[in-house]
Design a protein around this ligand. Structure first.
Ligand code: NAI
Ligand code: MG
Length: 374
């Protein structure tokens, strides 16, 4: 277990620069009250705003090597108005992909938990929604293999190739089973530890391959219930019966789509956290982007970013068996729940008028006083 966790902090662009400091504040509050928990934060400027300053690169060359030597990364968001490379691509995307692929962060962990007093478009309450979706993060349609056929000045055909590899499927499915085993609670409906395999194996060959590998891995986890859902059916069940789901595992493209549905179910982007996990380290990152129109006003919700930092602590607990990290995660979550329950200090998306840093201060204060048992 590391005596001190080295955490690389990359606020990025826009509101990333406003929410990330609040997550750092929450971690520092934990450090103050949890014995044996120590952090070293190393901050980098990077992203589209950084690119606009030098017009050569989106991040300093030391960023990736420093990340490789760290235990975790805390990332905000990228994207800034019209910042583009000369070829027209948006500045900031390269940073995201270089981190994801360069650090081989293959499991995109997207928790979907409904907290008290959070408005949701579905007819279910917090006792019904507590699942984690694991999205494969390095292959599928996002490898950029494909092209267009142009003839006589007209584009006639376009192809994107979907790639699934044994290695890519095995490791992310294994991660899903490990997480199901590690999590204390099973599905809200019956308490069962369950991993749902989401695919379209009734039609697509790559999905048959995915399901075969799922079954192979599942053999090694007899204590975890196996479950299957076709992607289209899953979307309606997630809305009608979310309490059935505990851990779900899904390939990249499908995962991209259904995790936005999950973000809506849990109350929107202000509350949707994520964690990208590799074999060496993990990167915490709110699901939302840089929301440029809100930048500078300090009105957006820092909870998504703070909950992402909470998931980084859960990861440290799982990876290193560190009880101090477990306590930090429990304190952060309990503090967020208290702030939501009291309804006194909330940002606009939850019907309040507090500023980003006021919510961050309130959560940090509660982290130090809240009672938790771990
Ligand atoms: P966005 O997520 O930045 O914002 C969309 C809307 O969601 C906002 O206008 C706001 O109403 C709400 N919202 C987002 N975060 C919130 C928060 N913390 N609290 C309360 N409300 C919040 O998505 P948008 O506007 O499509 O993209 C803006 C920029 O961010 C673009 O440059 C885009 O490329 C980039 N982006 C970056 C991502 C990343 O860094 N991973 C992910 C998504 C978008
Ligand atoms: Mg998306």
């Amino acid at each position: 277990m590391p005596g001190k966790y080295k955490i690389v902090v990359v606020p990025g662009d826009g509101i990333g620069r406003e929410v990330v400091p609040e997550a750092v504040k929450a971690l520092k509050a934990c450090e103050e009250v949890v014995s044996g928990l120590n952090f070293e934060f190393i901050e980098f400027e990077a992203g589209a705003m950084y690119y606009l300053k030098n017009l050569k690169e989106e991040y300093p060359p030391e960023l990736l090597p420093t990340c490789r030597e760290s235990h975790g990364v805390l990332f905000g968001a990228v994207g800034w108005q019209d910042a583009r490379w000369p070829d027209g691509t948006y500045a900031g995307a390269k940073l995201i992909f270089d981190l994801r692929f360069g650090l081989d962060l293959y499991a995109n962990v997207r928790p979907c938990k409904l907290y008290p007093n959070v408005p949701t478009p579905i007819k279910k309450g917090p006792e019904h929604v507590d699942m984690v979706i694991i999205r494969e993060n390095t292959e599928d349609l996002y490898q950029g293999i494909g092209g267009r056929l142009n003839r006589g000045g007209t584009s006639e055909l376009a192809i994107d190739v979907r790639i699934l590899t044994r290695k890519g499927c095995e490791r992310v499915i294994k991660y899903a089973f490990e997480l199901a085993r590690f999590r204390e609670k099973g599905a809200p409906m019956d308490g069962k530890k369950r991993v749902t395999c989401i695919d379209k194996s009734n039609v697509l060959k790559a999905c048959v391959f995915w399901r075969e590998i799922f079954n192979e891995i599942a053999e090694k986890y007899p204590d975890i219930e196996r479950d299957y859902a076709y992607i289209d059916a899953w979307t309606q069940w997630a809305v009608r019966r979310p309490e059935w789901y505990n851990v779900c595992v899904v390939s990249n493209m499908f995962g991209d789509i259904i995790t936005d549905l999950a973000a809506a179910i849990q109350g929107g982007l202000g509350l949707a956290p994520s964690l990208q996990v590799g074999d060496q380290l993990a990167m915490a990152e709110p699901v939302h982007g840089s929301a440029p129109k809100y930048y500078g006003k300090k009105v957006t919700n820092p909870m998504a970013c703070i909950l992402s930092a909470m998931w980084l602590m859960k990861y440290f607990h799982q990876r290193y068996g560190d009880k101090a990290a477990a306590e930090a995660a429990a304190r952060i979550e309990a503090a967020v729940v208290e702030v939501l329950t009291e309804r006194k200090v909330l940002t606009y998306d939850l019907g309040g008028s507090a500023h980003t840093d006021e919510v961050g201060d309130e959560i940090a204060k509660k982290i130090k006083t809240v009672q938790v048992s771990v």
